[in-house]
Write a protein that binds this ligand. Structure first.
Ligand SMILES: NC(=O)c1ccc[n+]([C@@H]2O[C@H](COP(=O)([O-])OP(=O)(O)OC[C@H]3O[C@@H](n4cnc5c(N)ncnc54)[C@H](OP(=O)(O)O)[C@@H]3O)[C@@H](O)[C@H]2O)c1
Length: 329
């Protein structure tokens, strides 16, 4: 495979994907609306086509002009998007859809591609625009991939868990990095052993390329860090990468409540562990970056950015109340 077409490509996962594809000698074309700055504007190895993927004829025209070997769909949020993508690029050597770990419909440890049931999706959910139906729509996209593969389309799906790393506009990890950089004492809900599987963005990018090159049509591949860390261990990784030392203070439901908080106010905290098996992807020869390296790059870029994760802030004043209560115990 020599040429790649990336629907999206300028913000986070797509941006890292383009970098990975260039490192692996692909000719790359990105397709987006041009609403976000193009970090590859000065790179003559990357062609840019402006268009909206919800406009089928714009996508068809781009497909005809480029005729790519591999297609990566970073902007498929509705089953219809995957249907159009698999039709327009039916002749490509690979069409890779970015699904999500949220497509799984049952809590179990770990969640496996070929065993864990997927979320259902009603007709109403398939076109619903709220965040509540994100996982339903993503799982229906996976079913569209299977149907396309049955018709002979080389369609595959990659399911990332929570993605982190440089340029992460969701700012979820930025919240915790900011806390480590700004404060000596951190409130952590629960006992710190909570696990929410995360995936370093460069590893998601390499997973997308490897699945295109070596995956089997109609199959799904989870992607997440090979080594998982608890919330406490994540904070230690951040602190080590930042050269900071912090005291972690665990707060149970009662202490949090006394400060007007609950564990749900904390981003990247989840009661039941979320853990994806990555064995199927690893069997294709994919590996993940050592966590210390991944966190060092993430913290370095955070420092250069203006992101602080403040949208996820439960409120420091309330946390100070919790710390005060714990100090008196
Ligand atoms: N972040 C996570 O934790 C996570 C986890 C699981 C799955 N995912 C999946 O990863 C994908 C998102 O990746 P990303 O945002 O990081 O990718 P990205 O490709 O780096 O950024 C999104 C791109 O899509 C373009 N875009 C948005 N709407 C468009 C449209 N209607 N037509 C054409 N281009 C459009 C944006 O540019 P313009 O605005 O200029 O068009 C931008 O280039 C989604 O499918 C999401 O469900 C993310």
């Amino acid at each position: 495979m020599d040429s790649a077409f990336v629907i999206g490509g300028t913000r986070f996962i797509g941006r890292h994907l383009v970098e990975d594809l260039l490192e692996h000698e692909y000719d790359v074309t990105i397709f987006n609306r041009g609403n976000h700055d193009n970090p590859f504007a000065d790179d003559n190895r990357v062609d840019a086509i402006e268009g909206d993927r919800t406009n089928d004829s714009a996508l068809e025209a781009a497909a005809e002009t480029v005729d790519p070997d591999a297609v990566f769909d970073c902007v498929a949020y509705y089953p219809r998007d995957v249907r159009v993508g698999t039709n327009v690029f039916a002749d490509a050597d690979a069409y890779v859809y970015i699904s999500s770990g949220d497509a799984y419909g049952r809590e179990e440890i770990p969640k496996r591609e070929d065993e864990t049931p997927m979320r259902p999706c009603t007709n109403e959910q398939a076109t619903d625009e709220s965040d509540d139906t994100y996982g339903n729509r993503k799982s229906e996209g996976d079913r569209v991939v299977v149907e396309a593969a049955e018709r002979g389309v080389n369609a595959m799906s990659v399911r990332p868990c929570i993605v982190y790393g440089p340029y992460d506009y969701t700012e979820r990890l930025d919240f915790w990095i900011d806390r480590v950089l700004e404060y000596d004492r951190l409130v952590v809900p629960g006992d710190g052993t909570n696990i929410w599987h995360r995936a370093y963005v460069e590893d998601v990018a390499s997973a997308l390329r490897i699945v295109a090159e070596r995956g089997t049509p109609g199959e799904f591949y989870n992607v997440g860090d090979r080594r998982l860390v608890t919330l406490d261990e994540m904070i230690t990784l951040i602190a080590d990468a930042a050269g900071e030392s912090v005291e972690v203070v665990h707060a149970g439901p009662r202490e949090l409540e006394a400060g007007g908080l609950s564990s749900e106010d904390y981003i990247l905290y989840r009661e039941y562990p979320h853990l994806l098996s990555t064995a199927k992807l690893a069997a294709l020869g994919w590996e993940s970056t050592p966590l210390e390296e991944a966190m060092a790059r993430t913290v370095d870029e955070h420092r250069e950015s203006d992101r602080d994760g403040s949208d996820h802030d439960p409120g420091r004043e309330r946390e100070e109340r919790v710390l005060g209560i714990l100090d008196t115990l």
